[in-house]
Ligand binder design. Structure first.
Ligand code: AMP
Ligand code: ZN
Length: 467
């Protein structure tokens, strides 16, 4: 059902944060375009803002796949080392999650990786070729730190091994950092660091045995700094230089700047040719925050009647480099629009048609111009009005599902079978009565269907067993 694409449509322009300009993607049919996307920190549920970033990355992947461009895409799972402050102070988020949920950091990582994977399935994303846990790559991370140490880029202070940014003069170039401004603003956070921008490569365990996650290293018992995992995973899975590196805009100043410094210092080659950053999703015009109680998950949306594909339709309205404001009113409008489109798309079997192909070609061209999803949406809506029958279904499925990842058929996104939902309801009732043995038996039954139950403070959720 793939529409044909001409070679001119295979010109893809992408905005490169590193050069601050639109650049043509250099690709060849003889080697895959290598893509690395920074993944979730699995200390809690991911919110709809995080999914805005993961969805924009999915649209990029879908465009390349549609055009038949070979690609290899890797995403990491941050399950250690991401501290509550970007300045290498504060606690490890995973250990904080462990205290909150009353389980180990390892269990926290498993629980929220499963949440994340279940959500990604609901959103119908094309699965990365590799999803790599930071904790599975500790040796590679230690190897990279050793390489940096041998080249003289590191120093050791009381709490860990640090990267000396003064030894890497290009440090500020990537984010066009105002280091003088940083100095003035954050003297307090310097501690024993030599420069304000220096960052931890390895942190020491201050009280051995207290953390759930710690490893032996040439520098003593401890755990990796947050940034080193991405550099190590990229090298292990995709090589020294990749084609495209993605993440949210909040990663530019610290996380990606540090990735660039440590990878390029260690390997002497550029880390990524194109850097793409997705702008933030705002809620009610501002940042999502705990104190405002407006950090929404996909489950919160579902509870208010907003489905995952309708959320994707909502996201498609804005260009990934513009801020987007989430309100329930706009989400409901997107849901209605989605329902109307789904009804039309499911009315007939898809039938290739030349006129539909013209709409599809326009949509592909819009996407190939730095992922202009808003224009693709407009073209898709036009096709839904102008076309009929099988041609309409063919156009809608190609434009909305194949390109934008908005699935119409309920079977395409994960639906939990009714028996499993009933068992979960019975288990909730048993738990309410404190009948733990019945609850355990029911959990085993649920597992036999290939599902699992995740209990958090406020809810129990059914997820497909994935690990
Ligand atoms: P984290 O789980 O904090 O590591 O974040 C996962 C991804 O979500 C990263 O690429 C962040 O840049 C991105 N992100 C975090 N908050 C938002 C937001 N409000 N809107 C869009 N992307 C976000
Ligand atoms: Zn990263």
């Amino acid at each position: 059902m793939m529409a044909k694409s001409s070679s001119s449509q295979k010109d893809i322009l992408l905005y490169n944060t590193a050069s601050r300009s639109l650049e043509r993607l250099d690709w060849s049919e003889y080697r895959p375009v290598t893509i690395y996307t920074c993944g979730p920190t699995v200390y809690g549920e991911q919110h709809i803002g995080n999914y805005r970033t993961f969805v924009f990355e999915d649209v990029l992947v879908r465009l390349l796949k549609f055009l038949g461009i070979p690609l290899q895409r890797v995403m990491n799972i941050t399950d250690v080392g991401h501290l509550t402050s970007d300045a290498d102070s504060g606690e490890d988020k995973l250990e904080v999650g462990a205290q909150r949920d009353g389980i180990t950091a390892w269990e926290v990582a498993k629980r929220y990786t499963e949440h994340f994977e279940a959500d990604m399935r609901l959103l119908g994303v094309v699965w990365p070729d590799a999803l790599v846990r930071a904790t599975d790559t500790i040796d590679a991370q230690i190897g990279l730190i050793k390489a940096l140490e041998e080249k003289g880029y590191t120093y050791i202070i009381t709490d860990g091994v640090y990267f000396d940014t003064a030894k890497y003069p290009q440090y500020r170039d990537f984010a066009k950092l105002d280091v003088a401004g940083l100095d003035a603003g954050s003297r307090v956070e310097m501690g024993e660091k030599r420069n304000i921008t220096d960052f931890a490569l390895w942190k020491f365990s201050t009280e051995p045995g207290k953390r759930h996650m710690e490893w032996e290293s040439p520098w003593g018992l401890g755990f990796p700094g947050w940034h080193i995992e991405c550099s190590a995973i990229i090298k292990e899975t995709l090589g020294n230089t990749i084609d495209i590196h993605c993440g949210g805009v909040d990663h530019i100043q610290v996380h990606h700047t540090n990735e660039v410094a440590q990878s390029e210092a260690a390997h002497g080659e550029i880390l990524a040719r194109i850097w793409m950053h997705g702008e933030f999703l705002l809620v009610d015009g501002g940042k999502m925050s705990k104190s405002l109680g407006n950090i929404y998950t996909l489950a919160n949306l579902k509870a208010k009647g907003i489905t995952a594909p309708a959320f994707r339709l909502f996201l498609a309205r804005a260009h990934y480099r513009s801020k987007l404001n989430f309100t329930w009113e706009e989400a409901q409008i997107a849901q209605k629009q989605y329902d109307t489109l789904a009804a039309k798309a499911l009315e007939s079997a898809p039938q290739q048609s030349d006129i539909a192909d013209q709409y599809i070609a326009r949509a592909v061209a819009a996407l190939a111009h730095d992922l202009n999803t808003a224009q693709v949406l407009a073209i898709g809506l036009e096709a839904s009005k102008e076309l009929e029958g099988g041609a309409r279904t063919y156009a809608l499925e190609t434009i909305f599902t194949t390109l934008l990842g908005i699935h119409f058929s309920p079977g395409e996104v994960e639906e939990i079978p009714e028996q499993v939902q009933e068992l979960a309801r019975l288990r909730d009732q048993a738990r309410e009565k404190g009948d733990w043995s019945t609850a355990d038996t029911l959990r085993t039954k649920i597992e036999s269907y290939g599902y699992d139950i995740l209990d958090t403070k406020n809810e129990s959720r059914i997820v497909k067993k994935v690990l």
